[in-house]
Design a protein around this ligand. Structure first.
Ligand code: ZN
Length: 264
């Protein structure tokens, strides 16, 4: 674990792309991504989340599907945390070009991050598969049992890509392009063999930095590896907030910052 090396890499990176994995979401209360979620769902529904959150189940048992989507997904949204705040600061400093994530709760955008590529869509972009009309998460929550399009009456499709469905090829192409233009790849909360982490194959830049909670044999492909229980602590340590400029009161009573005094 070398936070000092990570700090150096993040300081030197000018076009950083972040692959933000599920562990980052699990750590901020994103129940959907936590390890005991599958167990809880199996005991409640008699099926695994992957079986329920699938295109087959959606079409065959829409009423049960939407109960699950409302109660287990929409009402247990993951909220942004310190990891997202660090990414927001990197964006404000003009260093972060894009965030690519499997997460579908829009947590990065809630933290103020722009240019977020959601490989699996988001819970806020529910859509009518017939006419293309968009519907918010609130609309799905309010229209029970099966939410239908107001324009054409078709059952609305959730904004998230379900098991058994293809990823949107234009979204994958955007992600690959962003990665191929980056000088630094910051992989957070997943390993390089995961579906998200394997996008590192498009990277042609200088340094791959990996921050995760557990080690994996593919970590050796990264230039810098930081493993620790809190992703937030590692990232905050490696990309600390800038010290506020200290103000000094001049002899004439005016307050000036160090920089202003240096100009004199
Ligand atoms: Zn419609």
């Amino acid at each position: 674990m070398s936070i000092r090396y990570l700090k150096e890499i993040l300081r030197e990176g000018k076009h950083i792309v972040c692959l933000l994995g599920r562990e980052a979401a699990a750590q901020n209360g994103g129940v959907f991504y936590q390890r005991d979620f599958s167990y809880d769902i199996e005991s409640k529904y008699g099926m695994s989340p992957d079986e329920i959150f699938s295109t087959t189940y959606f079409h065959n048992r829409p009423q049960e599907f939407f109960r699950f989507y409302r109660e287990e997904v929409l009402m247990k949204r993951a909220e942004p945390t310190g990891v997202h705040s660090v990414l927001k600061r990197m964006q404000d400093d003009g260093k972060l070009s894009a965030i690519i994530t499997r997460g579908f709760f829009n947590a990065s955008q809630k933290a103020g991050c722009t240019n977020v590529i959601h490989l699996y869509g988001t819970v806020d972009d529910n859509r009518c598969p017939h006419c293309g009309e968009k519907y918010s998460a609130e609309y799905i929550l309010e229209h029970r049992p099966i939410p239908k399009c107001e324009k054409c009456g078709t059952m609305i499709h959730p904004g998230v890509i379900l098991a058994g469905e293809m990823l949107d090829s234009s979204v994958v192409t955007n992600a690959a392009e962003a990665i191929s233009c980056a000088d630094t790849l910051l992989v957070v909360g997943c390993n390089l063999a995961s579906r998200l982490g394997s996008l590192a194959r498009y990277f042609n830049g200088n340094k791959i930095a990996l921050v995760n909670t557990i080690e994996h044999y593919t970590d050796r492909r990264a230039d810098c590896v930081c493993i620790g229980p809190s992703l937030e602590d590692i990232l905050t340590g490696a990309y600390p907030e800038a010290e506020p400029e200290s103000e000094i009161t001049e002899a004439d009573g005016t307050r000036k910052t160090d920089k202003e005094r240096d100009k004199k």
